[in-house]
Ligand binder design. Structure first.
Ligand code: ATP
Ligand code: MG
Length: 420
C-alpha cells in the first residue's frame, strides 16, 4: 500500500473529548472514526488489524471443532419473549418497530437465536454436540460509552455457542474453550487473568472472564500475586491484601479490561425454549448449553492500551496492519528508484508493506507518522544509506537503535526476523 493513497491522513491532535489512550491513538493514526457516541467506523488500517485479530481467533475456534456461521442481526420479538429477556434485558436492547408495527430487537447476543435454529434440526443424541460461532455486530444500549473503542453501542464480537447431550460433555468442552481462549489471547499478545465473575443478565451461574490488567479498564478485580487467579469485585467478598482463596498468595486490587467471557447456562435456556432431544434410553432431555464471547473491537483497543508509548502505537507483529513500513525520506531519483524497487520486491514476496512515498512530507513528519501508526519494523531508504549500499532498519519497540543492512541482504534479514 502506498501511503500517498491511504485513506485517511493521520491527525496531529486527538479529539477534544478523548480520554482513553486507545481513543486518542487510534483516531490520530487513522484506524477508527467516531460516528456518534459508541459507534465507530473501522478505517482501512483499523480493519486490517481487526482482520488479523479475527483470523487468530477463527483458527483457535476451528481447532476445537467449532463451525463458523453468520446469523441475522434483527430478531423477532416472539423469540426473545420465550425466555423473558424481551423484558428482563430491555435495558441493554435496542428495539424497533417496522411500518406495520411489528416489533424487533437488534442483536445484543444470540442465545435465543441459536436455540431456535437448533431446535429445527435436533432430534436425538446422535445430533449432538453442536458447536457454532460467528463474528458479527452486537448492539447494546450502554450508559457510558466513553472509553474509546473499548465500549461501543455497536461493536464486533465473536460468539460461540455449544450444545451437548450430557453435563460431562458440556463441562469438558467448557474447559476446552477456556484453553482455546488462552491460546488465542496469548497469540494476540495479551496477558490474561482468568477471573471468576457473576453472569449479569445472562445467568445465575458464575462465569469465567478473561481480563487484561490496564488502568483504563472498567472492571475492578483481585489478582493473586502467586497463582494469578482473578476475582471480580462484583462478586468477591474480600479486599486488597487478603489471602487468595485458591493458594497462599496475596490478592492485589487492579483495574482490568474484560476481553472475553464464557457462560455455563446448563439447561436453563433450553428448557425455556423447549430444546429437547431423545437420549440413548429414549427419554426426552433438555440440551446442555453454553455461550462464549470475545470482544473483537475491544481487543483492538486493549492491545493499544498495552502496547504504546508517548509517540504512538507499537503493534505486536501478529496483528500489525503491515509487516514493514518502508520510508523513502528523500525525493531524489536514486532514493525513489531504490524504494520503488524494494516495494515491488516486497509485494512479489507477499510481504505486507506500507510504503511512505509521499513527496510533500519531511523526513521528520514521516517518522512521526510511522511512530504513531506503529508498524513494528521500519526500513528507511536515504542517500546516506544507499551510499553504503544499505538500508536502515529500525524496530518500533527499540527507541534508538538503527541497523544498516546491505541492500542485497534485505530479504535474508526479513527471513531471520520471521517476516518472510
Ligand atoms: P461488560 O461487563 O464490559 O459490559 P459484558 O459482560 O456485558 O461486558 P459479554 O456479554 O460477556 O460482555 O460479551 C462478551 C464480550 O464482548 C465481552 O467480554 C467484551 O469483550 C465484549 N463486549 C461487551 N460489551 C461490549 C461493548 N459495549 N463494547 C465492546 N465490546 C464489548
Ligand atoms: Mg455489558
Amino acid at each position: 500500500m502506498k501511503q500517498s493513497k491511504l485513506f485517511p491522513k493521520t491527525k496531529k491532535e486527538a479529539p477534544r473529548d478523548a480520554m482513553a489512550v486507545n481513543h486518542k491513538l487510534l483516531v490520530r493514526g487513522g484506524f477508527i472514526n467516531q460516528l456518534m457516541a459508541g459507534s465507530w467506523t473501522l478505517l482501512p488500517l483499523g480493519w486490517r488489524v481487526v482482520c488479523k485479530i479475527t483470523q487468530i481467533i477463527r483458527e483457535e475456534m476451528n481447532s476445537i471443532s467449532a463451525q463458523e456461521v453468520l446469523m441475522p442481526l434483527m430478531h423477532p420479538k416472539e423469540i426473545w419473549n420465550e425466555t423473558g429477556r424481551w423484558d428482563s434485558a430491555a435495558e441493554v436492547m435496542y428495539k424497533l418497530k417496522d411500518s406495520r408495527e411489528k416489533e424487533f430487537a437488534l442483536s445484543f447476543t444470540h442465545e435465543e437465536i441459536v436455540l431456535d435454529l437448533v431446535r429445527k434440526y435436533l432430534q436425538s443424541y446422535v445430533d449432538l454436540p453442536i458447536k457454532i460461532y460467528h463474528f458479527s455486530t452486537k448492539f447494546r444500549n450502554e450508559p457510558r460509552a466513553t472509553s474509546g473503542i473499548l465500549r461501543g453501542r455497536e461493536f464486533l464480537m465473536k460468539d460461540l455457542y455449544s450444545l451437548h447431550a450430557t453435563k460431562e460433555d458440556f463441562l469438558k468442552y467448557y474447559e476446552e474453550v477456556s484453553e482455546a481462549y488462552l491460546r488465542a489471547f496469548s497469540r494476540l499478545g495479551l496477558k490474561i487473568i482468568l477471573t471468576e465473575a457473576a453472569g449479569g443478565v445472562f445467568t445465575q451461574n458464575r462465569t469465567r472472564e478473561f481480563q487484561v490488567v490496564a488502568s483504563v479498564g472498567e472492571d475492578t478485580i483481585y489478582v493473586c500475586n502467586k497463582c494469578n487467579a482473578g476475582f471480580n469485585k462484583e462478586i468477591f467478598k474480600g479486599k486488597h491484601g487478603d489471602q487468595c482463596p485458591k493458594c497462599k498468595g496475596i490478592l492485589e486490587e487492579r483495574r482490568a479490561i474484560e476481553v472475553g467471557n464464557i457462560f455455563p447456562f446448563d439447561t436453563y435456556y433450553s428448557e425455556k425454549m423447549g430444546v429437547y432431544f431423545t437420549d440413548k434410553a429414549g427419554a426426552k432431555k433438555p440440551v446442555w448449553f453454553g455461550s462464549y464471547g470475545i470482544g473483537i473491537t475491544r481487543v483492538l483497543g486493549a492491545i493499544v492500551e498495552i502496547f504504546h508509548d508517548e509517540k504512538g502505537i507499537i503493534w505486536p507483529k501478529q496483528v500489525s496492519p503491515f509487516a514493514v513500513h518502508l520510508i523513502q525520506i528523500e525525493n531524489t531519483k536514486k532514493v525513489k528508484t531504490a524504494s520503488e524497487k524494494l516495494y515491488k520486491e516486497f509485494i512479489k514476496q507477499n510481504i505486507e508493506v506500507l510504503y511512505d512515498d509521499r513527496i510533500d512530507k519531511t523526513a521528520g513528519e514521516k517518522f512521526m507518522d510511522a511512530d504513531l501508526i506503529g508498524v513494528p519494523l521500519r526500513i528507511v531508504v536515504s542517500e546516506r544509506s544507499l551510499a553504503k549500499n544499505s538500508f536502515e532498519l529500525k524496530q518500533r519497540s527499540d527507541n534508538q537503535k538503527t541497523e544498516l543492512v546491505k541492500t542485497v541482504k534485505i530479504l535474508a534479514k526479513l527471513k531471520s526476523l520471521k517476516i518472510l
